[in-house]
Design a protein around this ligand. Structure first.
Ligand SMILES: NC(=O)c1ccc[n+]([C@@H]2O[C@H](COP(=O)([O-])OP(=O)(O)OC[C@H]3O[C@@H](n4cnc5c(N)ncnc54)[C@H](O)[C@@H]3O)[C@@H](O)[C@H]2O)c1
Length: 333
């Protein structure tokens, strides 16, 4: 039984708290956040303790591991504090928006031999796990190209966008990680095109809402990521992996697979699952299970802070490509 504290009481921490409470291999000891109302509500919901101070939570002897689901600019400080006092950590992405700060944090975690998993939940989505297994089993031969479509259903509020770090570091960071995971090699070239097709206001904060990213590895494998902050038909998440002897498709998910044929139309189906909390509900559960297994069995972390650094590094190179309008060579980390 792993004794877990959830740091944060916002959107993502609510998911983690619910999953810890439901997991038979874990116990939810406490939830901590300076946002008192949210802590009171969540701790009452799950029958655990509520604290208004992260540091106090980290000093508790009855806590083995912490999940960091707080705002991005608090991650580095909290994860280094946690590692220093010997707690295992599941930290939300991104490590930080600043590459130099993230690089320093990763060096510290590795120096202290910290047990930190980075929350790239999509790797644990049942369909992505199946894609990786099929690739490993040789179902399509050597991978040649990966195509990722990643469109949010609706543009996030402006206040969120202002602090997000931009579409590449905030949203496409997941897809950079998926690209690395499915290509099985590090991308060494990046080219990005970006536009403001949803909301021209994004120019005021130097951000974009629609991007196309091309990645290439030294052996020539390619990945294309198309991402948009809005898709009026719903949350659009698809992956295609082509190889020497076939193609794997990971299509969108819906509440049911039923198709209706009437005079009004054929092949009418339930809408796409609404947003990331619904679409990736299973991924968050599996992510937690993998974390618990890695900590309790002392196995390597399935996703590491170094994975987080690689994804952030690709986002930075993507920004450089945008600024220069050229293909950017990805320097070694
Ligand atoms: N893996 C995923 O799919 C996924 C999805 C959503 C969010 N996230 C990540 O999770 C983190 C939290 O996102 P969210 O959507 O839950 O945000 P949120 O705003 O809903 O919650 C953030 C929490 O951090 C606390 N907080 C904010 N600023 C703070 C500060 N300066 N000091 C101390 N505490 C502070 C708030 O009280 C709040 O409880 C972000 O890093 C985000 O990138 C990951």
């Amino acid at each position: 039984m792993l004794r877990i504290a959830v740091l944060g009481a916002g959107r993502i921490s609510r998911i983690h708290a619910a999953n810890v409470a439901a997991n038979p291999q874990a116990s939810l000891v406490l939830i901590a956040d300076p946002w008192r109302d949210a802590v009171d509500e969540l701790s009452a919901q799950w029958g655990c303790e509520g604290l208004y101070d992260y540091s106090a939570a980290l000093l508790r002897d009855d806590v083995d591991a912490v999940i960091i689901g707080t705002a991005t600019d608090t991650h580095v400080d909290l994860l280094l504090q946690a590692v220093t006092v010997g707690k295992a950590v599941l930290c939300e992405k991104p490590i930080d928006l600043d590459l130099a700060k993230a690089r320093h944090a990763v060096a510290e975690v590795e120096r202290l031999k910290g047990r930190v998993m980075l929350g790239f939940n999509r790797r644990f989505d049942p369909d992505t796990l199946a894609l990786r297994q099929a690739i490993d089993a040789g179902a399509i031969g050597a991978v040649r190209q990966v195509v990722i479509t990643s469109r949010d259903n609706a543009l996030a509020p402006r206040d969120y966008l202002r602090h997000s770090g931009g579409i590449l570091r905030d949203m496409v960071i997941h897809d950079f990680d998926t690209a690395r995971h499915l290509l099985g090699e590090e991308p060494t070239e990046v080219f990005v095109m970006a536009s403001r097709l949803v909301d021209p206001w994004l120019a005021e904060i130097g951000d974009y809402d629609s991007v196309m990213v091309s990645l290439k590895t030294d052996s020539g494998k390619q990945c294309h990521i198309n991402a948009c902050r809005e898709a009026v038909y719903g949350y659009d998440q698809r992956i295609e992996v082509s190889g020497a002897s076939g193609v794997l498709f990971n299509d969108n998910q819906r509440a049911t697979g039923v198709r209706t044929w009437t005079a009004a139309g054929t092949d009418t189906r339930a809408p796409l699952l609404d947003f990331f909390l619904e679409r990736y509900a299973g991924a968050y559960r599996n992510e937690l299970t993998h974390f618990i297994e890695a900590v309790t069995a002392d196995l390597p972390m399935p996703t590491t802070v170094r994975d987080g650094l690689h994804a952030l590094h690709l986002a930075e190179c993507g920004l450089r490509s945008l600024a220069s309008g050229t293909v950017v060579r990805v320097p070694a980390l």
